[in-house]
Design a protein around this ligand. Structure first.
Ligand code: DWN
Length: 386
């Protein structure tokens, strides 16, 4: 599998393209699900094509998240609020908008950190680890709020990352992470969310072990319906008794079989079947003379296309709202990415929804396409036409 956010320029298409093993492992001891083939974060994140604010539903999601944290913990607006893996500063902007001006982002992608600073969101262009946490503490002091959304799963040295949080977090501070929930991934066959950027696939079960190991405690957990089903986990320093809500959650994960290898073997067989069904489904549509395009040039979409070997003979192009991706070609399958005007002018018969995690918002937004007879294909857990 090639790095699935590594979109290519036209002139790069002839060059040889790197691919890396993508095997997923299960820990019988703590139920962690992880990749063991680590692709250097320099390769994956230094130059990045994913921009949070290109996804309108995420702007709304993060403003609700900022409101919830302020409401729940009521820090004053002098508190240092940090976001790790802050991308273009979308979440931090939500804190700024409600008067919390002491914000700081940490973002490794140079091109994205530049966008955030140009928008006036103070952002350090760096990876977060123990060294950077000590540097930040010296310069900015301790933080009352530290967030990490769709970042925690991207980290190789998790213990080092958590130790860095412990250094930086104030005594009463809260660390809030948001990660895709392994249970949803397995239940809904969300195999396409497995790629090199995502080193770990968390359940509350595996997260609890990780935080306890590093002297921190989970004080609350909520389910959020973004990115195919996510966990929002609230963590504080020191050993604390887990609330009933956390224990109920752990019980439901055990009932699901989160700690059993056969849960993952069944999932794996389901993915092979999904591929057969999806490719057959798309080929039938083509044989009946209809045209199919892709909608949303997402990282997960590139996993799905590469795993199913779906090329331009089936998907002519993919439309996307991210200016950084438009005019480029997808890694591996080399499908051209176009802007939304192209899609609306072209009015194809079918659009394979490669950003299925935003299905509701996109179907709502593309009412005209549907009224003109256009149809969306939702690829997982089995092909469905809307
Ligand atoms: O974990 C990660 C998640 C948060 O974002 C990163 N590792 C990489 C990335 O994964 P992804 O690319 O699968 O994320 P999205 O947010 O599902 O990507 C959606 C894509 O679809 C974006 O390129 C934007 C595009 N889009 C669109 O064309 N029209 C999105 C929306 C909402 C739309 O209406």
């Amino acid at each position: 599998m090639p790095p699935v956010n590594a979109f290519l320029k036209k002139e790069d298409l002839e060059k040889d393209e790197k691919s890396y093993p993508l095997d997923v492992y299960f820990c019988r001891d703590c139920s962690m699900v992880q990749l063991l083939d680590i692709v250097s974060p320099e390769i994956l994140f230094k130059e990045y094509h994913y921009v949070t604010s290109a996804n309108l539903p995420m702007i709304k999601h993060f403003s609700e998240m900022a409101e919830e944290i302020i409401h729940k913990f009521g820090f004053n607006n002098k508190s240092l609020i940090m976001d790790i893996g802050s991308n273009d500063g979308t979440l931090l902007k939500s804190f700024l908008d409600v008067g919390y001006s002491n914000v700081l982002g940490v973002e490794p992608a140079t091109n994205i950190a530049k966008m955030a600073n140009e928008k006036g969101i103070r952002t350090l262009n760096d990876f977060f680890n123990i060294e950077t946490s000590e540097k930040i503490k010296k310069e900015y002091g301790v933080a009352d709020v530290i967030t990490a959304t769709n970042v925690f799963g991207h980290v190789d040295d998790l213990n080092g990352f958590v130790k860095g949080i412990d250094i930086l977090l104030s005594e009463r501070g809260v660390f809030v992470i948001e990660v895709p929930h392994l249970i949803d991934l397995i239940r809904n066959l969300e195999f396409d969310t497995i790629y090199h950027e995502h080193l770990s696939y968390f359940s509350l079960t595996s997260l609890l072990t990780l935080f306890r190991r590093n002297g921190m405690s989970v004080i609350d957990v909520d389910k959020k319906n973004v990115h195919g089903g996510s966990l929002r986990v609230f963590v504080q320093k020191g050993p604390r008794k887990e609330p009933e809500k956390v224990n109920n959650f752990l019980r439901s994960e055990r009932d699901f079989g989160v700690n059993k290898l056969e849960t993952y073997e069944k999932f794996s067989n389901g993915v092979v079947l999904l591929r057969e069904n999806l490719v057959k489904f798309l080929r039938d549509i083509k044989e009946r003379g209809y045209r199919i395009v892709g909608y949303g040039a997402s990282a997960k979409g590139n996993v799905l296309l590469n795993y199913c070997n779906i090329r331009t003979d089936i998907i002519e192009y993919i439309s996307d709202t991210t200016p950084l991706k438009q005019g480029l070609y997808t890694p591996g399958m080399h499908i051209p990415v176009v802007d939304m005007d192209y899609f609306h002018r072209d009015n194809p018969d079918y659009a394979l929804l490669l950003a299925w995690n935003y299905a509701d918002a996109i179907i709502e937004k593309e009412k005209e396409f549907i009224e003109r007879g256009g149809k969306f294909i939702l690829p997982i857990p089995s092909p469905k036409v809307v």
